[in-house]
Design a protein around this ligand. Structure first.
Ligand SMILES: [Mg+2]
Length: 363
C-alpha cells in the first residue's frame, strides 16, 4: 500500500437543462461538482467527487483545500474506515455533518478508487458479492410540470428503458398531488414500481392525510414527507399509513441514519455517497439496514451508486437522479428494462472527461 503524495481539488458549476422544481428548493439552474484527485507515491490516481444542488460547493472545496488535504498528505490508503474516522475527527469540532460530510465524501471515494485499483478489483467485487444487475428508478424533479407534461415526461423515461418512476409531490393544493398520483399510476400500469417524494414540505397532519389518500395507488415509498431532523414526526407518520416511509439524502452521518431507522421507523433508507462521508459511510448505512432486515437504496450520483449497490447483498433501488453528473463521466450509463449493470473496471468505475467539464463550467 502506497502513501498519498498529492491531492488536487477541482470545482465545477454546471448548468441544468429544463426548469427543475421541487417543493422545498424551488427551481434548480445549476449544480456543482467538486472533484478530489488523489495521487499516490506509486503513481496510482484515485478520483472522488461530491455534488450539490447549486449552493455550498465553494465552501466544500475550500474545506478540502485548507483543512482536509493537508491532513491527508503522506497518509497510507490501507484501512479505509480508519481513514474516514481520521478525517471526521480532524474537523469534527467545527463541522460534524453538513459541508464536512460532503468534503470527506470526495476524499473517501478517491481513496476507495485507489484502494480498489491497487488490488485490481472493481467496486462491485469489493466484498465478493457482485450483483449482476441493480434495479433503478427514474427520480423526476417535476413539480413544475402540468399533469399533462408530467405524463409526457414519464412516457419519455419509459422509452429510455426505465420501468420504475418517482414523482415530486408537495403542491399547495393537495388535491393536485392526489390527481397526479392517480394519473401516473394509470399511465404506468398497476404492476410498475411507483414512489412519491415531498422534499420535506408537509406537516405531520398533511403527510398522514396525503398518505391515506394515495394508499390505494400501491405506492412503494413516501419520501421525506417532513423535516428530516424530526425523527419522532417520521415515526408518527409511519404509524398512520401502510406506505413505507423513506429518507436519507438529508442525513449526513451514519449516526443520523441509525436514528432515522430506530426512532423514525423509516423502512426505506436512501443514503448518498456524496454526503454521508463517502463509500465508507454508505456501507455503514447498508449494514445498519441489513441488521434490521431492510434493503439500502441510493440517492443521486447513479453512475457511482450502481457499483456501490452492486457490492452489497441487500441492494434496493438506485435513483436515476435528474442531475446529469454521468454526462461528464467517461463511462457510459445505460438503463435497460429498469436495470443497471455494475462495472467490471478496477476502481469505483467513475472517471471524468475534463474537456466536457471545462467546456460546461460556468464558474
Ligand atoms: Mg428526495
Amino acid at each position: 500500500m502506497s502513501l498519498i503524495e498529492d491531492i488536487k481539488i477541482e470545482y465545477y458549476k454546471l448548468p441544468l437543462k429544463g426548469n427543475l422544481v421541487d417543493a422545498l428548493h424551488g427551481r434548480h439552474d445549476f449544480f456543482e461538482v467538486i472533484i478530489a484527485n488523489v495521487l499516490t507515491e506509486d503513481g496510482i490516481n484515485g478520483v472522488g467527487y461530491t455534488y450539490t444542488g447549486g449552493i455550498g460547493g465553494v465552501a466544500i472545496a475550500k474545506m478540502l483545500e485548507f483543512d482536509l488535504v493537508p491532513k491527508m498528505l503522506g497518509k497510507e490508503i490501507e484501512n479505509l474506515s480508519a481513514l474516514n474516522l481520521y478525517m471526521n475527527n480532524a474537523i469534527h469540532y467545527v463541522a460534524r455533518g453538513g459541508i464536512a460530510s460532503f468534503a470527506i465524501s470526495a476524499l473517501d471515494i478517491a481513496c476507495w478508487d485507489v484502494w480498489l485499483k491497487e488490488q485490481n478489483k472493481s467496486l462491485a467485487d469489493a466484498f465478493g458479492t457482485r450483483q449482476p444487475h441493480v434495479k433503478t428508478y427514474h427520480g423526476g424533479i417535476d413539480l413544475m410540470l402540468s399533469e399533462y407534461e408530467l405524463l409526457h415526461s414519464i412516457e419519455e423515461k419509459l422509452l429510455e428503458g426505465h420501468t420504475a418512476i418517482k414523482i415530486k409531490v408537495g403542491k399547495s393544493n393537495m388535491q393536485e398531488d392526489i390527481s397526479r398520483v392517480k394519473a401516473v399510476r394509470n399511465l404506468i400500469g398497476k404492476d410498475a414500481w411507483f414512489a412519491v417524494d415531498a422534499n420535506m414540505v408537509m406537516s405531520v397532519e398533511q403527510a398522514i392525510k396525503f398518505a391515506n389518500a394515495i394508499e390505494q395507488y400501491d405506492i412503494a415509498w413516501f419520501e421525506e414527507p417532513t423535516n428530516p431532523d424530526k425523527y419522532y414526526d417520521y415515526a408518527e407518520i409511519a404509524k398512520n399509513t401502510s406506505i413505507p416511509i423513506a429518507m436519507g439524502e438529508n442525513l449526513h452521518t451514519h449516526y443520523e441514519h441509525e436514528l432515522a431507522l430506530d426512532i423514525g421507523n423509516v423502512k426505506e433508507i436512501i443514503p448518498d455517497c456524496s454526503n454521508v462521508c463517502g463509500i465508507s459511510g454508505f456501507f455503514e448505512v447498508a449494514k445498519l439496514a441489513k441488521d434490521r432486515g431492510l434493503k439500502v437504496n441510493s440517492h443521486g450520483m447513479q453512475e457511482l451508486h450502481l457499483n456501490v449497490l452492486g457490492a452489497v447483498d441487500n441492494a434496493g433501488y438506485v435513483e436515476a437522479h435528474s442531475f446529469p453528473i454521468w454526462e461528464y463521466a467517461n463511462e457510459p450509463l445505460l438503463v435497460r428494462n429498469g436495470l443497471f449493470t455494475p462495472s467490471f473496471n478496477a476502481g469505483t468505475g467513475v472517471s471524468f472527461n475534463l474537456e466536457l467539464l471545462n467546456k460546461a463550467n460556468r464558474f
